[in-house]
Design a binder for this molecule. Sequence first.
Ligand SMILES: [Zn+2]
Ligand SMILES: [Zn+2]
Ligand SMILES: [Zn+2]
Length: 354
Amino acid sequence: MMLLFEDAMSINEMRKDYLLNRWVVVATQRKRRPSDFVKKAREKRVGVCPLCPDHEHMTPPAVLVYLPSDGGIQKDRDFEGFRHKNWLIRCVPNLYPAFTPPQDAKKIRVKDSSILARAIGHHEVLVESPRHNEHPGVARVSQLIHVINAYLDRLKVLSAKTYVRYVSIFRNHGREAGASLSHAHTQLITTPIVPRIIKEELKASRKFWVKNGGCVFCDILSKEKESPRFIWENNSFIIFAPWASVHPFEFWVFPKNHQSTLLDISQNETKDLAKALRACFGGLRSLLNNPPYNFGFHIAPIQEAHGYYHWHLEVYPQLAIWAGFEKSAGIFINVVPPEDAAESLREAIQKEAS
Ligand SMILES: [Zn+2]
Ligand SMILES: [Zn+2]
Ligand SMILES: [Zn+2]
């Protein structure tokens, strides 16, 4: 009798992140299917969209505009009282910025021991397309290439500022994932400190590098390529569900070549990244009926870590609610094993492509 009981009660697995001191319980007991997460009601478009064409006056002047010109792109900016029309990409300061540029551009150092600092920096909204609904899962690859190039342009300008320690490029999609505007857009925030998660990844990857003389991320890639968590690849990029996924259907996108920052990517790789984004977000969208999600790039902070850090994009579908245990203990419960998530996403991407 005892044996029967034990058979029926299989024990959940605890998994630790590759680098972070972060545990997740993979709850096979409460295992869910993709269809359990599909929501029928989708947000309706309400009111006037300030990011749509002809509403340019509703935002501050753009700091970067891509304009079509002789089959290529001309880059410019808006000015007070003047807004470009017929743009392909616009990047505008956030109307309600979390971080604000300083009055003088002198170097600002926030010490590790500080408990108070001024929120100095930039907070920008990058409008990914004049088409309201051109999100990465349905976007034209040609448009996604513009989006990536615009990330690079802003990243270059912002990371050169003396008071910027880190540039976070992230996307909120859907109201449940914190998007207040439904128009396709990415945000950029610069911080005068290196954010905690980046710092922990840097520290752990440096430790591995000192001990083993190589990049821990390159090591992870070569292992995950052969694992049941593998999702998709092309010549330059690989996508997999991480071993200790915190979110159901979480996946990460890595360049195959060792590069510490997004700024290192070549033109060819830019095209391949656009294709990779189109594939994985297309798959996610069709699998879970356009679910809410967040993503964030993890890149090496300025002039550090070139040998041991490897940039990547982490994508977190927003399908579970973090409740008392997650918030108070910092241990997460994921009801979709990453191996199952990878299988579903693999199939969804294949179906999309055929
Ligand atoms: Zn719009
Ligand atoms: Zn590497
Ligand atoms: Zn990361």
